[in-house]
Design a protein around this ligand. Structure first.
Ligand code: URA
Length: 232
């Protein structure tokens, strides 16, 4: 990775600050002064100091985003805007991807990461982490269908879900799996239609209420720890 990208990714300095500091001889790589920021370093092995302080590199990035409606939960798309397009540089060119999928019109918590292994564990059918959603329905659903006990979907019975209703048409549902359009298909089976869907938590991590739609922040150490525990 380029030295200036490394300093920007680690939130040490902007590219222009890094270029200035390099000219002034205030950056070292493995003990040698680096006067040029276009220089490539091995971020996993080299020791970089900036103004006398060692820069600690974090290999894996975990971000929570409050996904707006109309945005694809994909890394790239030829036509539509994706959740990665909502990140500023250099984060939008660092190979981040969404951990799991939300429909284009679903809003709320989506995690973005470059940690393929943990992401895979969190999404694996064996360890599928809990996901909590808030929903609104077009009309009351038929409770006698017992959708929380499982319905046939793609040739298999869905795993038990927990539904709590706040009114006849609004409630919350907890799932431990993520089949395509799962919640919409469950309520359709019970004679209703989902008109609004928002994910509130994933793997024990809750959507930060201070994030407006389209906003994001890094997970805290403790939130990352919670995700890891949920994948074990
Ligand atoms: N279930 C759905 O139907 N849509 C989503 O986006 C997530 C779960």
């Amino acid at each position: 990775m380029r030295l200036d990208k490394f300093l920007s990714v680690t939130k040490t300095a902007t590219r222009s600050e890094a270029a200035k500091a390099a000219k002034q001889g205030r950056i070292t790589v493995n003990g040698k002064v680096a006067y040029d920021c276009s220089f490539h370093i091995d971020e996993n092995a080299d020791t970089v100091t900036y103004c006398g302080r060692t820069v600690v590199y974090k290999r894996f990035i975990w971000i929570m985003m409050n996904k707006p409606s109309g945005i694809l939960s994909a890394s790239t798309d030829k036509k539509a805007k994706t959740v990665i397009d909502l990140l500023p540089p250099p984060l939008n060119t660092m190979g981040l991807f969404p951990c799991g999928r939300l429909d284009k019109d679903t809003v709320g918590l989506i995690m973005l990461t470059n940690d393929g292994e943990l992401s895979h564990k969190l999404l694996s059918p064996k360890k599928h982490a809990e996901k909590l959603y808030r929903f609104k329905l077009a009309r009351p659903y038929d409770k006698s269908k017992n959708i929380e006990n499982g319905i046939m979907m793609d040739g298999k019975l869905t795993k038990p879900a927990v539904i709590s209703m706040q009114s006849e048409t609004e409630g919350q549902i907890t799932l431990t799996e993520g089949k395509y359009h799962q919640i919409k298909r469950m309520f359709e089976y019970a004679g209703s239609e989902v008109t609004f869907l928002e994910r509130l938590s994933f793997g024990g991590v809750t959507l930060d209420p201070s994030l407006d739609r389209g906003q994001w922040r890094y997970l805290t150490e403790s939130e990352e720890h919670t995700l890891r525990n949920n994948a074990e």
